[in-house]
Design a protein around this ligand. Structure first.
Ligand code: DC
Length: 223
């Protein structure tokens, strides 16, 4: 089974792009951030501190995460409950950034991610897919954009939802999240040596998708 790995910082547009690429390739889109977010939901609900190693180890023994697809959309299950509706909040994202730095949390999800790629042609996005989860992926993309542009996109998204937000604060949060995800000791976010670097700051969605499909073409994954 072939794999396309898309890694990059928060807000680079990975999920939007990965979904469109998966559609073209008739592959399954696997959002690994959502899996880390499901574990973060468990930490928040049980008021666990990701800095307390015993709490993290115990939690990981009690957690079972799985995924399924409904009309092509990934659903994430936490101990038998579909937690997909609770994943996309700032609170959950911030906790996921902290708890995903811990080894037991990463160990809890690695096999699930590799199994998905062993059984299906996948477009998988995250932070360590090309470097760690699927080092033999046929196509590896490092998708990024300037923090100012990522903040602007997030600001527009929140504004459209009618939420009040502050652009400077959003950019500060993005920079903090980058720092956390890139500086952690275990599986930090970094560009794989053999990944194709793609800065989407001045590109449209269609242009980014096209650039990735061209990479897939070179590897014989797309005609
Ligand atoms: O992509 P996202 O915002 O949904 O990811 C949430 C957090 O999960 C992110 O800050 C870091 C972590 N994560 C990770 O450590 N490894 C991955 N492969 C995907 C996400």
């Amino acid at each position: 089974m072939a794999s396309v790995a898309i890694d990059g910082p928060a807000g680079a547009g990975k999920s939007t792009i990965a979904k469109l690429v998966a559609k073209e390739l008739q592959a399954i889109y696997v959002d690994t951030g959502a899996m880390y977010r499901a574990i973060a939901v468990y930490f928040l609900r049980n008021q666990l501190d990701p800095e307390m190693s015993e709490q993290v180890e115990q939690a990981c023994k009690n957690i079972e995460v799985s995924i399924s697809y409904e009309n092509g959309a990934q659903q994430v299950w936490l101990n038998g409950e579909n937690v997909t509706p609770f994943l996309r909040t700032e609170e959950v994202g911030n906790m996921a950034s902290k708890s995903s730095a811990k080894q037991p949390v990463r160990d809890a999800l690695l096999q699930l991610q590799r199994d998905m790629a062993a059984k299906n042609t996948v477009v998988m996005d995250g932070r360590d897919i090309g470097t760690n989860v699927l080092p033999n992926a046929e196509v590896k993309i490092y998708l990024t954009a300037s923090s100012a542009e990522r903040a602007r996109r997030r600001y527009e998204e929140l504004k459209q939802k009618g939420e009040t937000c502050d652009l400077a604060q959003i950019e500060a949060d993005i920079i903090k999240r980058d720092e956390q995800d890139m500086s952690r000791a275990i599986a930090p976010l970094k560009q794989a040596e053999d990944a194709y670097y793609l800065d989407s700051s001045n590109l449209t969605i269609a242009e980014v998708v096209e650039a990735i499909l061209n990479q897939c073409k070179e590897k014989g994954l797309w005609k």
